[in-house]
Write a protein that binds this ligand. Structure first.
Ligand SMILES: NC(=O)c1ccc[n+]([C@@H]2O[C@H](COP(=O)([O-])OP(=O)(O)OC[C@H]3O[C@@H](n4cnc5c(N)ncnc54)[C@H](OP(=O)(O)O)[C@@H]3O)[C@@H](O)[C@H]2O)c1
Length: 179
């Protein structure tokens, strides 16, 4: 990695059966896991897929929304980008830390550029309609940090183990420069 190259992070959570979404939102209801996410991305520039953006009640400034719709109307502080490379360049230009926050299609397109993936593994199966992209080769990325906590999951009323993993990609792809 070049010494001047800024870092790009991804963050997300996945159930033990690979599910990450249901009906346009998360398959589970674990407030502490959501609070962890919010703490991690506070003050960062975010790269967000259009569907995930539309599911969010609050979207911070310096959010870059990936969409092919040139006329997409967005909330103040948000900017449409036509692809993940354009979005990552714009997010890096803010000088803030950069987080890719999903959904699945944006993780699938952005992972080659990510230096780290902060992934919460929720050690229970959940019904879902969107899977974590199988092509992200996390099994080949060393785990740099790991911790775990048990939280109450509100839909099932059961306690679930959440493992907080920080993966580091050995050789992230350099972001192509704009033409
Ligand atoms: N578990 C987690 O950590 C987590 C995190 C985030 C989201 N989610 C869940 O994931 C689900 C949403 O994921 P999703 O994959 O369906 O939607 P998404 O990635 O949030 O948004 C998909 C949309 O983004 C745009 N897009 C995606 N890739 C693009 C590309 N390469 N170039 C240009 N535009 C692109 C397109 O918008 P247009 O149609 O406007 O062109 C596409 O329809 C929801 O259930 C959400 O709650 C889970």
């Amino acid at each position: 990695m070049g010494q001047d190259q800024a870092l790009i992070f991804a963050i997300g959570a996945v159930a033990s059966n690979g599910m990450l979404g249901l009906d346009g939102w998360l398959p589970w209801d674990i407030p502490e896991e959501l609070a962890y996410f919010e703490t991690m991305v506070a003050g960062a520039a975010l790269l967000i897929g259009r569907l995930t953006y539309e599911s969010m009640d609050v979207v911070p400034v310096d959010s870059f929304i990936v969409s092919r719709q040139a006329d997409l109307a967005l909330r103040p502080g948000c900017r449409r980008v036509a692809g993940v490379e354009e979005g990552l360049r714009a997010a890096l230009a803010t000088g803030k830390p950069v987080f890719v926050i999903g959904g699945a299609s944006v993780y699938a397109a952005a992972w080659p550029y990510c230096h780290r993936f902060y992934l919460t593994r929720i050690e229970q199966t959940f019904a879902g309609d969107m899977r974590f992209p199988a092509e992200i080769p996390l099994a080949d990325w060393p785990v740099y940090e790991e911790s775990q906590r048990t939280f109450r999951e509100n839909k099932t009323g059961r306690d679930v183990l959440c493992r907080f993993l920080q993966y580091r990609q050995p050789n992230p792809r350099p972001l192509p420069t704009d033409e």
